[in-house]
Design a protein around this ligand. Structure first.
Ligand code: AMP
Length: 190
């Protein structure tokens, strides 16, 4: 199995790159943001709860998010591996993910981070908000709050994976194919 964490702040391009990588390496792509949005659309209790945090640009609580992620992984017992996109976002999530992989007699092989400057992120998210239909992309103050959450709670995960010698940072600016070439160059060494 090969299990990757695709990492980076909101707007770094994780979702776009995950689509390319999942096809190339035959991996299951799990985006926690997408699962929350699906639940919001389907008007489930999980969706209502998640929306109250997402609309403010805050993280959904760990217990809820971890439970949901475990369920998504369990839906794919035959997977050759996973791309986790938008998860983990806190240290407790990273610990839960390690445990889950251990249960599968596997591990996270790498965290690959897309590095993009903050001013570029805000620009990209506002642009995406014009057509994505995502409320959290159309409002400048919600975007800034998401970036603040990233630096307060998520950015520390670099150190977590660096300590395990699993962290790879790549430049997240350029054309989509230039960036995916950089990602593949890392994955092919694993
Ligand atoms: P994303 O699609 O990854 O940008 O996520 C959109 C929103 O969903 C985030 O701003 C959070 O409110 C919520 N979310 C997604 N993934 C997580 C996670 N791993 N932990 C907590 N909240 C999350």
């Amino acid at each position: 199995m090969i299990n990757l964490v695709l990492f980076g702040p909101p707007g770094a391009g994780k979702g776009t790159q995950a689509q390319i990588l999942k096809n190339k390496y035959q991996l299951i792509h799990i985006s926690t943001g997408d699962v929350f949005r699906f639940n919001i659309k389907s008007k489930t209790a999980l969706g209502t709860l998640a929306k109250s945090y997402m609309d403010k640009g805050h993280l959904v609580p760990d217990d809820v998010t971890i439970k949901m992620l475990n369920a998504e992984v369990k839906k794919n017992p035959q997977a050759k591996g996973f791309i986790f996109d938008g998860f983990p976002r806190t240290q407790d999530q990273a610990i839960a993910l390690a445990k889950l992989m251990e249960q599968k007699h596997s591990q996270i092989n790498a965290m690959i981070a897309l590095e993009v400057a903050d001013d570029v992120l805000v620009e990209r998210l506002l642009e995406r908000g014009k057509y994505s239909g995502r409320a959290d992309d159309s409002n400048g103050s919600v975007i800034r709050e998401r970036i603040v959450e990233y630096y307060n709670k998520t950015d520390i995960l670099k150190a977590y994976y660096q300590a395990e010698k699993k962290y790879y940072g790549i430049k997240g600016v350029g054309s989509i194919s230039e960036i995916s070439d950089r990602l593949c160059a890392v994955i092919d060494t694993l």
